[in-house]
Every structure is written in structure tokens, then in C-alpha cells.
Design a protein around this ligand. Structure first.
Ligand code: PHE
Length: 341
């Protein structure tokens, strides 16, 4: 009996088989239990030898069952460990993540620099009426400046003979909107998209400008120059000299185009050193007619405005030769310049 059960327990393949063996041996009607019951019919002498022997057999089978059960559990665990083996020392697989576009990064940077000088951010629509884009800025319908702007006109429904809306050709219309909304004094910048029919290495039909506007009692070109030099030095991280050249814009008087100091070596432009100059913006004292268009009294208020190409200064800061690449969304290009992970 003993050899039979111990042998079968050793061969049992799973817990169910073990349970079957337990019932067969030690269950109510199990073989060992039945034998135990027979003890009662035995003579005391027989019982004295058979009793301890049966008890020993019972506990031997019992512990064999327990040991086998533990061994099966161990084996199952080993099997799982083998199957679910995982090398936690392997390096992780890198996942590419999107990042902020370089033009947006530069916009954030310049917004922070101007914020330090007290300029808030103003906004206007990219689809403008021609009044905001031109008339209010002292560019009447027959003014030659309208042609120079290579304007995109929105199509009009047939029979609608109101002047067409335009894609704004510069951020200057935001000057009018901001002054009309807030009055004077005012200090704002207006970064955003602008549109002109133009396309080559340094021009795209859509590009970005940041407008600056400061109106107060006695602002002058000297304040403008200080603000711009302060801005460029902070933006390029080195002191940058500026050069003002007399120019003409219908909405400023006097007007100046501003160049920043740079060196050219082997096709590489470096800002803030050398004796070269690079044009980066238009500016001037806001024309009295522009103040009037926006409901600001030119007898009491005066100030300066400027308009700068954001993409242009981003190209300079990061040494990027072709403007159009900014808008190709080519990940290889973005990675090359460190704009993508
Ligand atoms: N709006 C002008 C342009 O796009 C730039 C400018 C802005 C000039 C403000 C003077 C004052 O060229």
C-alpha cells in the first residue's frame, strides 16, 4: 500500500491528480481510512502493532502529498520565470517626441524679453480689411505702397462690391486695433503671421513679424534705439550695435531702417561682432494721421513703432541659410538644427 501510494504521488503531474490520490488513500472511503476502521475489530495485541503502523503510513502519505504539492508549485513558478524572462538591463527604445517649432520658440523668447521692458502682447486677425491694413496706416487707395506689398486679396462673392479683405501684409494693422481698444499710453508688441506674394531663399508667402508700439507723452527715437539695442543684446546674448538709416514708411515720420552689427565669414553670419551690417527692421515715430485713425490725439501723444521679421532673426540666431526650410516641416531638418528630439 505504502509503495503504491508513494510511487503514484511521485509521478502525479498536477494538483488535481494529487487530490485524487489523497481521497483514494485518506478520504472518508480511502484505503487507509478503511483499514483504520478495521482496527476496532482487532484483538488488542493486533491493534498494538497495526495501529501505530497505520498512523505512520497515514502521516507518511500526507507529508508525501504536501511535499509533492510544494514541488509542483515550485516547478510552475520556475516555468513562468523562464517564459516571462525580461532583461531589465537592456537600454530602452527611444521614442521621438514633438517639440515647439523654432519660430514659436523664438516668438516666446522675444515676447519674454519685451515683457521685461513693459511690453504686453496684442493680437489682430490674419484676414484684415484693407482699411486696417492700409488706409488707417496712412496708405490711401492710390498710394504706391499698396503695390509694393504684393497683397493677397480674398475673393468676393459676385455682386459684392465692398473692398475685398486681404491677408495682412504686415503686423502694423495691430497698432491701430490696439490703440483703438486701449487708447494711450500704450506699450505692446504684436507677433504673428503675415502674407506676401513672394518666394525665394529669403522670402516665403507666409512669414512672421513682430510689431512694436509705444505711445506716451514724450517718447522719441532715442527711446526706440535703446529698446532695440536692449532687445538685440538680450536676444543674441552679446552686445549688438544698431545702425539707423533714414527711410520712408507712410505710417511713420521720421522713418528709419535698422541694421544690426555682424561679421560675414565663409558664408557664416555672426551677429554682434565685426563691421558688417544687416537690415532687420523698419521703424519710426508713429505718424499723426495713424494716431488719429485710432482715436488717439496727436497733440497730446507721440511714440515709436517698429516691425521686425521673426524668421529673419531666428535664421541669424541659429545660422539657418534658407527661410523656406522653416515651413517645410522636414523632421531631418528640424533635428539637424536641434529643434527635434
Ligand atoms: N510694417 C513695416 C513692414 O512690414 C515695418 C514697419 C513697422 C515700419 C512699423 C515702421 C513702423 O515693412
Amino acid at each position: 500500500l505504502k509503495a503504491n501510494y508513494l510511487g503514484r504521488i511521485a509521478e502525479a503531474g498536477d494538483e488535481a491528480a494529487l487530490e485524487e490520490l489523497r481521497l483514494a488513500a485518506l478520504g472518508k472511503k480511502g484505503e487507509v481510512s478503511l483499514k483504520m476502521r478495521e482496527l476496532g475489530k482487532m484483538s488488542p495485541e493486533q491493534r498494538q502493532t497495526a495501529g501505530p503502523a497505520l498512523n505512520a503510513l497515514k502521516s507518511e502519505i500526507d507529508s508525501a502529498l504536501k511535499a509533492k504539492k510544494a514541488a509542483l508549485a515550485d516547478a510552475a513558478l520556475d516555468e513562468r520565470l523562464r517564459a516571462e524572462w525580461l532583461d531589465v538591463t537592456l537600454p530602452g527604445r527611444p521614442r521621438r517626441m514633438g517639440t515647439v517649432h523654432p519660430v514659436s520658440q523664438v516668438t516666446d523668447e522675444l515676447t519674454a524679453i519685451f515683457a521685461d521692458m513693459g511690453f504686453a502682447v496684442a493680437e489682430g486677425p490674419q484676414i484684415e480689411t484693407d482699411w486696417y491694413n492700409f488706409d488707417a496706416l496712412n496708405i490711401p487707395p492710390e498710394h504706391p505702397a499698396r503695390q509694393e506689398h504684393d497683397t493677397f486679396f480674398m475673393a468676393r462673392a459676385e455682386g459684392d462690391d465692398r473692398p475685398p479683405h486681404v491677408l495682412r501684409t504686415h503686423t502694423s494693422p495691430v497698432q491701430i486695433r490696439a490703440m483703438a481698444a486701449q487708447g494711450a499710453p500704450i506699450r505692446v508688441i504684436a507677433p504673428g503671421r503675415v502674407y506676401r506674394m513672394d518666394m525665394d531663399q529669403t522670402h516665403a508667402p507666409m512669414f512672421h513679424q513682430v510689431e512694436g508700439l509705444a505711445i506716451d507723452r514724450d517718447l522719441s527715437m532715442a527711446n526706440l534705439k535703446w529698446v532695440l539695442e536692449e532687445f538685440f543684446s538680450a536676444f543674441f546674448g552679446t552686445h549688438v550695435k544698431t545702425r539707423f538709416r533714414a527711410s520712408h514708411f507712410p505710417f511713420t515720420e521720421p522713418s528709419a531702417e535698422v541694421d544690426i552689427q555682424c561679421s560675414w565669414e565663409g558664408g557664416q553670419v555672426k551677429v554682434g561682432e565685426g563691421d558688417g551690417w544687416l537690415e532687420v527692421l523698419g521703424s519710426g515715430m508713429v505718424h499723426p494721421k495713424v494716431l488719429q485713425s485710432a482715436g488717439v490725439d496727436p497733440d497730446q501723444w507721440q511714440g515709436f513703432a517698429f516691425g521686425m521679421g521673426i524668421d529673419r532673426i531666428a535664421m541669424l540666431k541659429y545660422g539657418i541659410p534658407d527661410l523656406r526650410a522653416f515651413f517645410d516641416s522636414d523632421l531631418r531638418w528640424l533635428r539637424h538644427y536641434g529643434f527635434q528630439s
